[in-house]
Ligand binder design. Structure first.
Ligand code: SF4
Length: 371
């Protein structure tokens, strides 16, 4: 879709055989940034005003949801139950983010779409990965199949492409000196190729949403943008970690986090969500990562290296470099972690909001130091 006005008609009004049509639509819905997917959308010649038709309500809803999920969760689900809605909702979501023109939102959205692609690529055949890498990003990527230290390296990538696509990765394993290079090609596993593609997708989408676009949106689209703005404003502070006490204040922990912490100290077997909530909360409020690893390993039999890896992943210093924030109260409630609520709980939707309020209350109650 072009923001100027063009998305129309039936996607395949031609005589494309049904199976081919299904396959192309499905591929395009999975990877809507591909040139072929963009061509399919362009072929529709859909105009902005067409989106005001109730027929496209699902597209507007899904486009809004894509951006809202990016804001709230840092990723976007990989559903494919309605491929046409998936395909069309991508350019509409890009349009919303572009018009919003908030650099922080643009970065977060691009990363969330890229992480979605990374998860989808995990389930693909190696040929598909190679096709995307070559056709969309022009990589000189060849099959390898060599095994070193028991690890199968499915691919080799020309070192120029490797250096460019890995330039924003800071982990040691991506440094060229730590790679196996043969005749100018870097050996890579399939997962590593998927990760590098994720980086390319992120860059591509960042470029798309960084353009300056001024459009007067028709009413239903304007309402979607208002919803996005509202969610963005509600989450901005949480995502930026702004306005939190400068020192970790244990007494201000919300009841849910206390429950997780006490369970950990008592040796209770914690669920994945409990560990995630606790770790992301402690990371966000500024507990040093080493202290966190020490905390886990001192009271459990967790493997220190693995614990360190997981903590760093949640803190955004590893992996896809997303810094995870604790889940919303609603999510914790669903997982049975929202316990022992008190009066502050009645006012908040997020554990970090609880923490801010409680910390301020405690500071106010503390006796002032005499000069
Ligand atoms: S309402 Fe929110 S902050 Fe309070 S215990 Fe439940 S999840 Fe935690």
């Amino acid at each position: 879709m072009r923001h100027s006005n063009a998305i129309g008609g039936n996607l395949f009004s031609t005589d494309a055989p049904e199976r081919l049509k299904d396959m192309l639509e499905r591929e395009a819905a999975k990877y809507p940034f591909l040139t072929e997917a963009a061509k399919l959308v362009d072929a529709l010649n859909l105009q902005l005003d067409d989106l005001t038709d109730p027929t496209y309500k699902k597209v507007l809803d899904r486009a809004t949801e894509r951006v809202v999920q990016a804001i709230e969760d840092g990723t976007i689900d990989e559903r494919l139950d309605d491929v046409l809605t998936e395909l069309l909702s991508f350019p509409v979501a890009v349009m919303f983010v572009t018009i919003k023109d908030e650099p922080f939102l643009s970065r977060r959205y691009a990363l969330a779409e890229a992480v979605r692609v990374y998860f989808l690529l995990q389930g693909e055949e190696r040929d598909k990965l190679a096709q995307i890498a070559r056709d969309s990003f022009g990589w000189d990527l060849k099959d390898s199949g060599e095994r070193y230290d028991g690890v199968l390296h499915d691919f080799r990538l020309h070192f120029n492409d490797y250096l460019r696509s890995s330039s924003s990765f800071h982990e040691d394993k991506w440094k060229l000196v730590n790679r196996i290079v043969k005749n100018g090609y870097v050996l890579l596993t399939q997962r590593e190729v998927a990760r590098l593609i994720q980086g390319e997708v992120e860059t591509l989408i960042k470029e798309q949403v960084s353009k300056t676009v001024k459009i007067n949106l028709p009413e239903p689209l304007q309402r979607c943008l208002e919803r996005i703005s509202k969610v963005f404003d509600e989450n901005r502070q949480r995502l930026g970690g702004e306005d939190l006490p400068s020192e970790v204040t244990n007494e201000a922990f919300p009841p849910c986090i206390r429950y997780c912490m006490e369970g950990l100290l008592a040796g209770r077997r914690a669920s994945h969500m409990e560990r995630f909530a606790l770790t992301s909360f402690l990371v966000t409020i500024g507990m040093p990562l080493n202290n966190l690893v020490d905390l886990y390993t001192s009271v459990t039999d967790f493997d220190p290296a693995m614990t360190q890896y997981q903590v760093e992943h949640i803190a955004g210093v590893r992996g896809n470099r997303t810094k995870y924030t604790p889940p919303l109260c609603d999510t914790l409630r669903t997982h049975g972690i929202c316990r022992n609520k008190d009066d502050i709980c009645e006012r908040v939707k997020h554990p970090l909001s609880y923490y801010r309020i409680k910390a301020k209350r405690l500071a106010y109650q503390r006796p002032q130091k005499q000069p």
